[in-house]
Design a binder for this molecule. Structure first.
Ligand SMILES: C[S@@+](CC[C@H](N)C(=O)[O-])C[C@H]1O[C@@H](n2cnc3c(N)ncnc32)[C@H](O)[C@@H]1O
Length: 488
């Protein structure tokens, strides 16, 4: 058996990674005074929008997720691969629709007490409590929940008695993560219907507009030929439009705490104007302004979007940070981001979260040019998107020496600014399953908007193509990075 934590076979190496990661997770939670992770139906403190794990805990969690998933791939037999794993590929939509059902019928509302949440309810009782219009067949509901139980979102406590587990809480009615299940899940389903036909249609190959997204073909196939694109699909239904804005807030869970922690916001100079371009309801700018409200009293936020989207923003700010409206530290400004940006003063930050990933390169360059042509030399742009890792071979092998993951974790300084580590052998360098959200979002962007998540090289192309240069890429403890660029 080799030293340095590296064992002879991939499986034993993964066991070593898993053991090290799990001990580190337990130690880090204890040191931080945090409770252990459980599946009990209540949030862990790290699940909150302020919950950012210390760097060592973050890396150990990624390694544990990736190792567990790779162990599954290694140990499964052909039968399981065909009947459990391969349907994961071919009929995953059935898991998705079971999940969407729990959102649509507001299932979590049925569980009224903590006792009911932990003890569970019989499917007959669940259905009896569902309001008219939301009733479903108890047997079919039970089968859906049984499917979700294989992923530990629900649990069957005894025959036909089901209880939600921690992740089922994501579908709590009224929450942003619940809103995600409607607009984005529906968009994915409608688009996946037409995905292959659109990919293989020679007439579509050269098209780079948002009208060439699979969702448009899917909508047309079901008779909605009047809908031109994803934005048109949202706009035709006010509930869906509002749900989409809230679902963007839901996406905060994958990056908000880390965006707040892993960019040097405290160093913003006085009199900074933070322009949230294509803001939606401006979730991130609200949290950043709230964090810096007293420390940087001259910091101001401007939300720019199309008028109907800004209405959602005004409601959201009135509810969550009304003093910013009273103190005139936030403004709501209708603006088409393809037109020259009206904000041209010094020390302006143009913040683009989830904007570039909605558009192909030529459109991104137009959007960034509309800022570059008017911006002050002291200004900068911050692009917040996933950065897609390319071609990731197994990590932690340099000159034939395999590093001990335990030593790597121990060497992390929890008080220093976050810097990512390399994944241990035999995990892929991108931490495999732990970065799946990035690759999935990439395909969701194609599906909905004929767009993409970008690699570093892709970002360089749009940034330099619009007259900026990248000054720094901040990798965060979340699914998104912040690409900072200054006028060239
Ligand atoms: C994916 S959402 C991101 C919203 C927000 N930046 C966030 O991170 O929550 C994209 C936003 O771009 C806005 N948008 C699309 N086309 C636009 C245009 N031509 N001018 C201004 N905003 C636009 C949409 O209305 C939507 O709010």
């Amino acid at each position: 058996m080799a030293t340095n934590g590296y064992q002879e076979t991939p499986l034993l190496s993964l066991l070593s990674v898993l053991t090290t990661s799990i001990h580190t997770i337990e130690d880090e939670l204890k040191t931080a005074g945090l409770p252990p992770f459980t599946l009990d139906p209540k949030w862990h403190p790290l699940d909150s929008l302020d919950g950012v794990p210390p760097p060592r805990l973050y890396e150990a969690r990624r390694a544990a997720m990736a190792a567990a998933n790779m162990i599954k791939a290694l140990v499964q037999d052909v039968g399981t691969a065909m009947m459990a794993s391969s349907p994961d590929m071919s009929v995953k939509a059935l898991d998705q629709t079971a999940y969407m059902l729990t959102a649509d019928i507001d299932l979590l509302d049925v569980f009224r007490t903590e006792g009911e949440k932990t003890g569970g309810l019989h499917v007959d009782e669940i259905v009896a409590r569902l309001p008219e219009g939301k009733k479903v067949d108890p047997q079919k509901l039970g089968r859906s929940l049984r499917l979700l139980s294989t992923e530990h979102w629900w649990v069957e406590k005894s025959a036909d008695v089901f209880a939600p587990l921690r992740w089922a809480l994501l579908n709590t009615p009224g929450t942003p993560s619940h809103a995600w299940a409607d607009s984005s899940s529906n968009a994915a389903l409608i688009g996946s219907h037409a995905f292959v036909a659109q990919m293989t249609d020679p007439a579509q190959l050269a098209r780079d507009t948002i009208e060439a997204a699979p969702i448009v073909r899917g909508l047309h196939a079901t008779g909605s030929t009047h809908i031109k694109n994803f934005w048109g699909w949202l706009a035709q239904d006010p509930d869906r439009l509002g749900g989409f804005a809230r679902s963007m807030e839901g996406l905060g869970y994958i990056n908000l705490p880390s965006l707040k922690a892993d960019y040097p916001w405290a160093a913003l100079p006085p009199e900074t104007t933070f322009v949230d371009v294509g803001a939606g309801q401006g979730t991130v700018s609200l949290h950043i302004l709230r964090m810096l409200y007293d420390a940087n009293p001259t910091l101001r936020v401007v939300l720019q979007d199309r008028p109907q989207h800004l209405q959602e923003g005004e409601k959201y700010w009135a509810q969550h940070l009304p003093r910013a409206i009273r103190d005139e530290r936030v403004a709501f400004e209708p603006h088409d981001f393809f037109q020259p940006n009206p904000r041209t003063g010094p020390n302006t930050i143009y913040w683009f979260r989830f904007i570039m990933h909605d558009w192909t390169d030529s459109y991104c360059i137009k959007i960034l040019r509309a800022v570059r042509d008017v911006c002050h030399a002291t200004s900068r742009i911050l692009i917040c998107d996933c950065v897609v890792p390319e071609a990731p071979p197994a990590g932690s092998v340099t000159n034939g020496v395999k590093f001990s993951f335990e030593d790597t974790l121990k060497s992390i300084d929890n008080d220093a600014p976050y810097a990512p580590i390399e994944a241990p052998y035999p995990l892929p360098k991108n931490f495999g399953f732990a970065t799946k959200a990035t690759y999935r979002t990439d395909m969701l962007m194609y599906n909905s908007l004929n767009a993409l998540e970008r690699t570093t090289r892709n970002f360089e192309k749009i940034v330099t193509g619009s007259g900026f240069k990248i000054s720094h890429i901040y990798t965060t403890r979340g699914a998104s990075s912040i690409i900072e660029a200054v006028p060239n």
